[in-house]
Design a protein around this ligand. Structure first.
Ligand SMILES: [Zn+2]
Length: 100
């Protein structure tokens, strides 16, 4: 797929890569805020919930700029970490899923 370095750079400089950490279990959820939407990313599975990721996977390709952004943000330590309590975990998940 075609990469868009400017798009990725702005995601990182605007700190739109977020790591949500749930305490005390330390469960982690990654999201990247795209165009007015927040997408759920699983870096271990190389998964993103955005439409272009879905589209690419139907074309036998993989990846999207959110995943690229996440990897770069991790490397450059530009991740926004947000802490939640475990009580909020299911609400958080269903909030994301509702949004898909
Ligand atoms: Zn994506």
């Amino acid at each position: 797929m075609k990469k868009n370095p400017n798009k990725i750079k702005s995601v990182i400089s605007e700190k739109r890569v977020k790591l949500h950490v749930f305490e005390p279990s330390k469960r982690k959820i990654w999201t990247v805020v795209g165009k007015g939407k927040e997408y759920w990313i699983d870096p271990d599975l190389d998964f993103c919930s955005c439409p272009s990721f879905y589209f690419n996977s139907t074309q036998g390709k993989s990846g999207c700029y959110h995943l690229e952004s996440l990897k770069l943000a991790e490397k450059e330590n530009k991740i926004e970490i947000v802490t939640f309590s475990d009580d909020e975990y299911f609400d958080f998940i269903s909030g994301i899923i509702d949004d898909l």
